[in-house]
Ligand binder design. Sequence first.
Ligand SMILES: [Fe+2]
Length: 296
Amino acid sequence: MTSLMKTQGTTEDDITAEVLRRFDATNDPRLRRIMQSLVRHVHAFVKDVELTEAEWMAAIKFLSETGHMCDDKRQEFILLSDTLGVSMVVDLINHRAPEGATESTVFGPFHRDGAPEMPAGGNIAPRDAKGIPTIVSGHVLTLDGKPIAGARLDVWQADSSGLYDSQYAHTDELHLRGQFRTDKDGAFLVRTIRPVYYAIPTDGPVGRMLTATNRHPWRPAHIHFVISAPGYQPVTTHIFDDADPYLGSDAVFAVKDSLMCTFVRHESRDDEAGRFGLEPPFCTARFDFVLRPSAR
Ligand SMILES: [Fe+2]
């Protein structure tokens, strides 16, 4: 019997099978699984839509431009992941919080390291004259309701124009960012401004994708938090203004019912105005965060 050299694949499916085979020898089983699944899904996608060469080149250009938009202040790939819902699917797979623990949501592209440490009641928005002064207070608690003293809260949000500090080209200064600690009762107090709904950046490839697909860029008003404490699993989350018109159509799919927070507007010099030294109008918002213990 004549033995023949194995012929090279000539159909689409032959190519897929051969590419998968090339990854068979990957030593790390997790990497092998990821690469082979990626190849299977990308090939299936290309075959499904019968991608043209022009579309393939447009995709290469799109991803190249996405990379070129990224620097230490702008993360277009996170924005792409967020607007495709990938970030939230990853979040949901990785953070199946037990009943009662604060749910996580997207990290987003706007976190910056180096936010200043602030005392309780410290104002993260001292240069925002237009925003409504707002006090956000609450506790960091265990699953059974006990206070966690010394928990760290890393807080950041957009200003009253809907922009993060990193979106201002003329300055590198940090603004609307701070790090707070809970006191012995697990309590925290942050002074800021009422968050507003804002558009994600639309001046790059992600913005063009949204426009081309008739999607809006709006995110409902929120404040970002990362809460951490020794012995507990940190949580990356937001609190959302429960009166926001975009809660049902967040451009990055990050809204969860458990993260709703009521921002109460005060129009008179009431007790809270006296307590916080604020002139009306101002807002107060209360939210308790619940951490689960670290995995042992
Ligand atoms: Fe945000």
